[in-house]
Design a protein around this ligand. Sequence first.
Ligand code: PMP
Length: 324
Amino acid sequence: MPDVNTLLDLIGNTPIVQVKNMDTGPCNLYLKLENMNPGSSIKDRVALNIIETAEREGKLKPGYTIIEASAGNTAMGLALIGKLKGYNTKVVILDKMNHNKILHLRAIGAEVVVVKSDVGPNDPDHYIAVAKRMAEETPNSFFAGQFSNMSNPLAHELSTAPEIYNQLDGNVDAVVCGVGSGGTISGIGKFFKEKSPKTQIIVADPKGSIVKASVEGKDTRDIPGSGWFVEGIGEDFIPDTLNLSYIDKGYEIDNDEAFKTIRDVAISEGILGGSSCGTLIAAALRYCREQTEEKNVVTFICDNGEKYLNTAYNEEWLKKKNIL
Ligand code: PMP
């Protein structure tokens, strides 16, 4: 029998590589290649844990439809795993997300509902509210609920974090994460606070998002909760799955810095990352250059850049958005 029977066997255990050609100050900067997951993002781990936990708890049964609100990557993980396990998947996606994600989801048979981005978190037309309502109205459905389902951070506490710890022989000084649902940073934060308290947990937050200010205990009422063009991170509310107490420090990264960085990574390292990685790597580079001694710093290539060739890597699009 082969070692790998289905794509499910390929989720997690992603490789880690060191940045070689960029200025990382006195530090070693490592990138964990989450784009190597079969759904090409970090969210495959979460989708798998949400689905398998719901199966064990009897909330997800054969013939059911999985419903979720997503920036696209969780949807991809759910649709892929759902397909292999025999579930239908229906996802609600914001119209500001790259159209390639929608085409990819439809290509593998997911039902995609596109909704408007410019509605506040308390609006009944907000994408999470729409998905919740859809789940209530669909018989034999399961709402994955990545923003409130604790299987999300747990996936990272149990897989992503120990992988990083082992790949660096336990010598990790800082991990830099973005926040969409907060699952990555909260799961990784919990693991390292218990196993390696010296490890600093750092958030890379797009300008306009409320996460960094929330970490600092500041008033967020004047922050718009919008204005960034990277996808998958940045928030206008604090999800239940985000535990701010694990975060030591934050960096605010604007559109110019994020998109410049992701393009620099492609040129310097040959890695074509998704748009959120520009924010993460920009923050990681700032942290590295501020240090006065050698440290091991880890961040992520959260997803694959091919789906952003028409945006992040396209001069015309950047010009239209007035970036760079
Ligand atoms: N990067 C990308 C590209 C994503 O799609 C997501 C998830 N929306 C994240 C980062 C953030 O991960 P989390 O939901 O765990 O905060």
